[in-house]
Design a protein around this ligand. Structure first.
Ligand SMILES: Nc1ncnc2c1ncn2[C@@H]1O[C@H](COP(=O)(O)OP(=O)(O)O)[C@@H](O)[C@H]1O
Ligand SMILES: C[C@@](O)(CCOP(=O)(O)OP(=O)(O)O)CC(=O)O
Length: 461
């Protein structure tokens, strides 16, 4: 394994996500989730490692320069018995404690393993990660006046995440950047459908392994494909995959990822999701945070024990969720956004209210605070503002965030922002106290993963 200076630097970005409808349902292949990609992206830039001439390294350096002490160095080796590439974290300096980053470590060994099935000679490289501002609510400063990326000046572990799916966007853009860098275009090309499938399958596998659980994967799917109606893959697809270094891991990864021997049953319907010209999505971050895994366990346990009540509820929610996607698409294809019609969003408004009422029923029956009273009060109040169509608790719900559909006009956005800034939370009677609510500077975006012009990282490399 040696340096190969002929490889050209490559940069890729992938979007964050919001699951507008289909929380919990989407965990089951019988149901779908309506997921929007967001215009907050995580970028990865890969370049040959910089060394003094003549020095050959077998090392990959990963840096997240917006955070303090966020450098991870890895040695890597091709293992025997077709075990793929095993990576070992190296200590950069004795002064810096060794902190592991499971998402980077796993994505690296999975991607290099797949790459090694084409080219066993993998040269050393450096990967720089840069995340858009909205992923974290910490204040930051721009490195150069024109830079879109902020220096957060804290260690990554103390950064306050806003829940936009940083790990899925990271694993996807990181994997895509490595594949684009090391593989020739005939094998991997982000403009080709087959390469997107490869990327999706590899990123889902690595993300699940790093998380230590198999979620629905809607976050990785939207990082790859952007906004879509998503039906998950069968979890059993991943159950026989061993781990890097184990015999035949490379063969297993290749078969799994290329989808020839193993058929992925994921369904991505891009055309089923459109956003009308006159509408945008806004996201409000609630200073609190819920533990998604605990909530998921409880809801699923309740569903299992109460199928008689749960099944009709799941079916009705699915119907409403599909109506939401359908109405958005209908408006997007029929409404040109110019002529003022009498309440053209009335149906959309009703669908959102019906979804919320079913979510509250799910909350009450399972005894899980999916739309807790503080969020109900906030959503009800926001929904009365001029230009607001309606909002929901996205994803698993809880105290984390609200996602709101509004008319895409500056005055509407400013009105919601002002209202949110002055919102006083009433925590009376609740064990969970939520703090300030703030607007995130994000909106929906249809596009998924994409190659980037390397010039936008000036000052960071
Ligand atoms: N900018 C970044 N640089 C490096 N690693 C990151 C970055 N952002 C996120 N990660 C990785 O993703 C993890 C957060 O993932 P997770 O807890 O699933 O949050 P999220 O809901 O945002 O996906 C971090 O602990 C870290 O391992
Ligand atoms: C419950 C779910 O269906 C949706 C959870 O969506 P969130 O957006 O709340 O997820 P996190 O980013 O992991 O907190 C679980 C799933 O689909 O995996």
């Amino acid at each position: 394994m040696s340096s190969n200076p002929s490889l050209k630097p490559k940069a890729v970005s992938a979007p964050g996500k919001v699951l507008l409808a289909g929380g919990y349902l989407v965990l089951d292949r019988g149901y779908t989730g309506l997921v929007f990609g967001l215009d907050a992206r995580i970028h990865c830039y890969v370049e040959p490692i910089k060394t003094n001439s003549g020095v050959i390294l077998s090392e990959i350096i990963v840096k997240s320069p917006q955070f303090k002490e966020a450098t991870w160095e890895y040695g890597y080796r091709l293992t025997e018995n077709d075990g793929g590439i095993e990576v070992t974290q190296l200590r950069a300096s004795h002064a810096i404690p060794l902190t592991r980053n499971p998402f980077i470590e796993t994505a690296l060994s999975y991607a290099l393993t797949y790459i090694s099935t084409f080219t066993p000679k993998i040269s050393a490289s450096t990967i720089t990660i840069l995340a858009d501002t909205s992923y974290y609510s910490n204040p930051g400063t721009p490195e150069t006046p024109s830079s879109r990326f902020l220096n957060f000046s804290v260690p990554l572990q103390s950064a306050h995440k806003t829940g936009l799916g940083s790990s899925a966007a990271l694993v996807t853009s990181f994997t895509a950047a490595l594949l684009s860098y090391y593989l020739p275009e005939e094998i991997f090309d982000l403009s080709k459908e087959a390469s997107l499938q490869t990327l999706h399958n590899l990123s889902q596998s690595a993300h699940c392994a790093a998380q230590g659980k198999v979620g629905s994967g809607f976050d990785v799917a939207s990082a790859v494909y952007g906004s879509c109606l998503y039906r998950r893959f069968s979890p059993s697809l991943l159950s026989s995959l061993s781990s890097p270094g184990r015999p035949f891991f490379a063969k297993q990864v290749k078969e799994l990822v290329e989808g020839k021997e193993v058929i992925w049953d994921t369904e991505i319907l891009k055309d089923a999701v459109k956003v009308p010209k006159g509408i945008r999505l806004v996201m409000c971050d609630v200073d609190c945070g819920s533990q998604t895994p605990g909530m998921v366990k409880q809801v699923l346990a309740w569903r299992k024990d109460n199928l008689g009540e749960a099944e009709p509820l799941w079916k009705e929610l699915q119907q409403r969720n599909e109506s939401l996607a359908g109405e958005l698409t209908r408006l997007a294809t029929t409404d040109k956004g110019e002529e003022e019609e009498e309440d053209k969003y009335a149906k959309l408004r009703d669908i959102i209210l019906a979804i919320r009422s079913l979510i509250r029923k799910m909350s009450a029956l399972s005894n899980v605070p999916i739309e807790p009273p503080q969020q109900t009060a906030l959503l009800n109040a926001i929904s009365t503002l001029p230009g607001v169509i309606g909002g929901v608790v996205p994803g698993a719900g809880g105290y984390d965030a609200v996602a709101v559909l509004v008319e895409d006009k500056e005055e509407v956005f400013e009105g919601v922002k002002k209202f949110i800034g002055g919102w006083k939370v009433d925590n009376q009677g609740s064990d969970v106290k939520i703090g300030k609510v703030g607007m995130l500077g994000v909106r929906e975006e249809m596009e998924g993963v994409r190659g980037e012009d390397v010039g936008i990282y000036e000052g960071w490399l």
